[in-house]
Design a protein around this ligand. Structure first.
Ligand code: UDP
Ligand code: MG
Length: 321
């Protein structure tokens, strides 16, 4: 057992204005408790002063109950990589993944921690948004996506689950044992299994800065997730190919009967052009889908690291100096 009760993994990309308020909120939340906490900031190649702020607070930090560490990436590798790097640094008996922008309040994280500690039958408490603040279109697209992902991969994927969760060490070790380069954490969380307790919460407004998720990024995230966790698109292609072959056969038979038995002339120029275009398009889509998997295999086979660390700080090493 470690002497750290709870580790926080905080991915931060362009969050210079949020680091200090985040720590303030954390101090408030932890102050009344007898527990030891570590906070691991992962600066995901921010273009602003996020890393300077993290290094500054880490070097001046004085608290017996909260330790601060930080690592900084050589460039922006994305939140998935930041979470992986942060998880790898944790030593706590439990670990919480939390955003730096205070949309997920530290006090809520501690409630989730309490719930986990008082529920020995569970290994993870995952926050989900009861009411999502998002448009109708994105909302229905995202529920369709989670339904599809669940069906396609045969895993139980909780809709609207976020990365905001508190896990026991065993879950963290399981997550770290998966070496893949393309990481889709919602799928990874579901894949490792363990008993997960859902926890409804309402996200607060972003403290400062803006969200990094545009519509385009969301769609590509969904596609990544689907391809990472299921080969269903390939099966859809096969099914489609079979169906169209059957349809073509039926058409051929009908045309032959018309021509031979009934002696009807079958004019078909427009139909032929339409069919050629349709199946040409369908084949290209199919090749695109297939290509996605081949490309995936290629990238994974290079075994590149998911991130590269440029610098690291720790409040405890500073204090020991
Ligand atoms: N983030 C990151 N790398 C990125 C994008 C985002 O580490 O490339 C972090 C960001 O700093 C924040 C968290 O991931 O702590 C969630 O990002 P954001 O607030 O933009 O997403 P939203 O809350 O809108 O889902
Ligand atoms: Mg946010």
């Amino acid at each position: 057992m470690s002497d750290i009760d709870l580790s926080f993994v905080v991915p931060a990309y362009n969050e210079e204005k949020n680091i200090r308020p985040f720590l303030e909120a954390m101090r408030d939340a932890v102050s009344s408790r007898k527990m030891r906490v570590e906070i691991i900031f992962v600066d995901d190649g921010s273009a602003d002063r996020t890393w300077e702020v993290v290094s500054d607070v880490a070097s001046d930090w004085e608290s017996s109950s909260i330790a601060i560490r930080g690592i900084s990436f050589s460039r922006n590798f994305g939140k998935e990589s930041a979470m992986l790097a942060g998880l790898g640094q944790t030593v706590g008996n439990c670990v919480c993944i939390i955003d730096a922008d205070l949309q997920q309040p530290p006090s809520t994280a501690l409630q989730m921690y309490d719930l986990l500690i008082s529920s020995p039958a569970y290994d993870c408490v995952a926050a989900y948004q009861e009411e999502r603040k998002q448009g109708k279109i994105i909302g229905s697209m995202s529920s369709a996506f989670y339904g599809l992902l669940g069906d396609a991969s045969g895993m139980e994927v909780v809709p609207n689950a976020s990365d905001f969760r508190v896990m026991r060490r065993s879950v963290v070790d399981a997550l770290l044992s998966m070496p893949e380069y393309h990481r889709f954490s919602k799928g990874l969380f579901a894949w490792v299994g363990f008993k997960t307790l859902p926890f409804a919460y309402v996200p607060a407004e972003r403290n400062a800065g803006e969200s990094n998720w545009g519509f385009k990024k969301l769609v590509s995230y969904a596609w990544e997730g689907l391809v990472s966790f299921s080969t269903a698109p390939l099966k859809v292609m096969t099914a489609f190919g079979l169906l169209s072959a059957v349809a073509a056969l039926v058409m051929l038979i009908v045309t032959m009967i018309k021509r031979i038995a009934l002696g009807v002339d079958v004019p078909g120029y427009a139909t032929i052009v339409a069919l050629i275009l349709f199946f040409g398009g369908a084949q290209l889509i199919g090749m695109g889908v297939l290509g996605t998997y081949v490309a995936r295999t290629y990238i994974e086979s290079k075994r590149r690291p998911s991130f590269i660390v440029r610098d690291a700080v720790s409040s405890e090493e500073e204090a020991a100096r």
